[in-house]
Design a protein around this ligand. Structure first.
Ligand SMILES: [Zn+2]
Ligand SMILES: [Zn+2]
Length: 341
């Protein structure tokens, strides 16, 4: 079968590889399409120790069950499915507490030594499957995984009683947009999305951001205060991973507010803790998603509760290099670019 290998820094290559076989408890999925994730881009740039040359990446995917291993319901064969690529051990302390996203022994399809979905076929445990309704467009089917990250992040926001809580989001990329959609479904008022790329900002506006702010020309924190009657937002969401965005997401909060931090581009950021302590600011990080979060994201997509199809491109796997190059230089207004074998 054909598969797209990470060949070297900034180079992916279509090569022939042996088609995997479904082992006990597993299925072989014929890939429908697989989205290129920011984490795959880290691998492409040679910045991910867990995505090294020789790997077939790709974890945001759906497809059709082609083969069922021993002990798996053969009725699944031919079903169109979304696959949760994050496989927890289900045995450790974290898993038993329902926090599989911080499992002590998890793996991800398309990372480390596990071949991913930038290939004609990909293997997965049968328990990771979610049968997709026919009316879900392919573009939205690849968004379940990014949305699962957004569902988890929003679940980390403290419950607000009374007034409609307000949020601001830093970043209008795939995750920023996914978070915007989930936040709106959960009844958060997204007062602002902070995004320097005007085409991405326009997408955020269209999807329900009340305002979009350009950090190159605007004092973002002052603007957010102005938009919230001087108070600041209840929740500041950082989906970029830059120190200045993290600092702003805390600075733009109302007293007692929560910064939800997801971006991991830069490892370090300094904060004025005198200010954070005095305003009783909560810094809450968010990582990955639990099986419950994935199920919720799947339900959002399967229930057609979001409309992202117009901003998603699916291109042939053979054009993988061009797709990665495009994401590296200018993704324009695309919320996601996915590859179809
Ligand atoms: Zn991803
Ligand atoms: Zn575990």
């Amino acid at each position: 079968m054909k598969a797209l290998f990470l060949a070297a820094t900034k180079k992916v290559e279509l090569r022939e590889m042996e088609r995997p076989k479904a082992g006990p408890g597993e299925v072989l999925v014929k890939t429908g399409a697989a989205g290129i994730c920011g984490s795959d881009m880290h691998g492409f740039f040679g910045r991910s120790p867990r995505r090294q040359p020789g790997l077939v990446m790709g974890h945001e995917f759906f497809g059709t069950v082609a083969e069922a291993g021993a002990g798996v319901d053969r009725g699944l064969i031919g079903r169109r499915v979304s696959v949760n690529p994050l496989v927890p051990c289900n045995a450790c302390e974290m898993c038993r507490a329902g926090r599989q996203n911080v499992c002590l022994d998890w793996y991800l399809i398309g990372m480390d030594q596990v071949p991913g979905a930038f290939a004609e076929y990909v293997k997965a445990p049968a328990r990771q499957l979610f049968p997709l309704p026919d009316n879900v467009p392919d573009g939205e089917a690849v968004m379940v995984e990014p949305l699962a990250n957004a569902v988890h992040l929003i679940s980390m926001a403290p419950a607000h009683s009374g007034l409609l809580p307000t949020a601001a989001i830093w970043g209008g990329g795939t995750l920023g947009i996914a978070i915007l959609c989930v936040a709106r479904l959960r009844g958060l008022r997204v007062v602002a999305v902070v995004e320097p790329n005007s085409r991405r900002a326009a997408v955020a506006k269209k999807l329900g951001a009340e305002h979009v702010l350009d950090p190159k020309t605007q004092d973002v924190v002052a603007e957010i205060r102005k938009l919230t009657g001087g108070h600041g937002v209840d929740v500041g969401i950082e989906a970029v991973g830059f120190p200045v965005c993290r600092q702003q997401s805390a600075a733009a909060l109302i007293r007692g507010g929560t910064a939800l931090l997801l971006g991991i581009d830069h490892p370090e950021t300094s904060f004025d803790f005198t200010d954070l302590v005095r305003r009783e600011i909560r810094l809450q990080c968010s990582y990955g998603y639990t099986p419950c979060n994935y199920r919720e994201a799947f339900d959002i997509v399967a229930g057609r509760r979001i409309e992202l199809e117009p901003w998603i491109d699916i291109v042939p796997l053979a054009e993988g290099q061009a797709a990665f190059d495009r994401l590296a230089t200018d993704p324009g207004d695309r919320v996601k670019i996915a590859l179809r074998p």
